[in-house]
Design a binder for this molecule. Structure first.
Ligand code: NAD
Ligand code: FES
Length: 289
């Protein structure tokens, strides 16, 4: 069993949990994820890792309550335990195995969108600890949905916050902020890492293609069970079939067939909404159904 040591709300419907899982905390690397099974009847929920502390033996996950499974997870409090906490899974970010001197000369920009900000933090933190300076664009719909701003500010060289409605920071989408940095502020980047909703990653990749900046994206949102067998996360990368959960989750953003990935994301919508309806009915009856 994996005990919850700390829980906090970061924004409406978004909470973080520090889970006691010493073996995962010891071997986790930037870019990897975990699969959480809340109770013995629960589903496998792939979740990105937001932070890990080898000394404390804890792994921090950030969850947005969307479907029945994440709504059920939100009921867990400090002191409760998850049935299973598998990981770390997936391939670590490519930069982890790059030559450090080469890495230090690169100008890297991370683009974090909404809940996708969570997996950006351990990547930027790792680079910061190795002496690599990086810039970060943090995008959210509104000011109250901006998460992890202080944590990211403490490990990035420059942090640019952008909100769609202009309620905080730069007024516009992350792609507008990126164009502003490159075209108006004369910023130059050798690589962009974009993590957020699929539609954001699609438009970041289209923008960086025009700007000729190599781009990495993370296809976590495609995953359903992360077993490598259900096929839900199948995606075409430069015409080759890959599975996000075993071959990724990170891929060359300029090679991803985003339209196929966006179609794939909608394939379980009906089942998800039926599950959510059943969960809500059960909640209404006080769990007696
Ligand atoms: P959101 O819809 O609030 O979007 C976040 C930001 O993305 C926006 O503020 C905007 O700047 C940018 N964006 C959105 N649409 C865009 C477009 N068409 N063009 C350019 N930029 C655009 O994000 P949210 O509601 O927090 O996102 C939830 C999604 O994030 C979930 O679907 C989840 O699957 C995904 N997610 C992804 C990862 C990952 O590893 N890629 C990790 C966690 C969550
Ligand atoms: Fe099922 Fe990858 S999520 S095969």
């Amino acid at each position: 069993m994996y005990q919850i040591m700390k829980k906090e709300f970061l924004a409406p419907n978004i909470f973080s949990m520090h889970v006691l899982a010493p073996r995962v905390a010891k071997s986790a690397k930037p870019g990897q994820f975990v699969v959480v099974i809340a109770d013995e009847k629960g589903e496998r929920i792939p979740l990105t890792i937001c932070d890990y502390d080898e000394k404390e033996g804890t792994v921090e996950i950030v969850v947005q309550t969307m479907g029945a499974s994440t709504r059920a997870m939100a009921r867990y409090e400090v002191g409760d335990s998850f049935f299973s906490f598998l990981g770390p899974l997936g391939r670590p970010s490519e930069f982890v195995s790059e030559d450090l001197d080469v890495l230090k000369k690169k100008k890297m920009l991370f683009i974090a969108g909404g809940v996708g900000t969570a997996p950006v933090y351990p990547q930027v933190k790792w680079l910061h600890e190795k002496g690599v300076a990086v810039d970060v664009v943090l995008g959210a719909k509104t000011k109250d949905l901006v998460i992890l701003e202080d944590k990211l500010a403490s490990v990035s060289d420059n942090l640019y916050v952008a909100t769609d409605d202009g309620s905080y920071g730069f007024h516009g989408l992350v792609t507008d902020c990126l164009l502003d940095l490159v075209e108006n502020k004369n910023k130059e980047y050798d690589v962009v890492v974009a993590i957020g909703p699929m539609i954001m990653m699609k438009f970041v990749a289209l923008t960086t293609k025009k700007l000729n900046i190599p781009t990495v994206v993370s296809l976590n949102p495609l995953m359903v069970d992360a077993t490598g067998m259900c096929g839900a996360c199948r995606v075409s990368i430069g015409g080759e079939t890959k599975f996000a959960c075993v071959d990724g989750p990170e891929f060359d953003g300029h090679l991803v067939d985003f339209d196929e990935a966006l179609r794939r994301q909608t394939q379980f919508k009906l089942e998800e909404s039926e599950k959510l309806k059943a969960f809500e009915e059960c909640e209404f009856w006080g769990g007696r159904k």
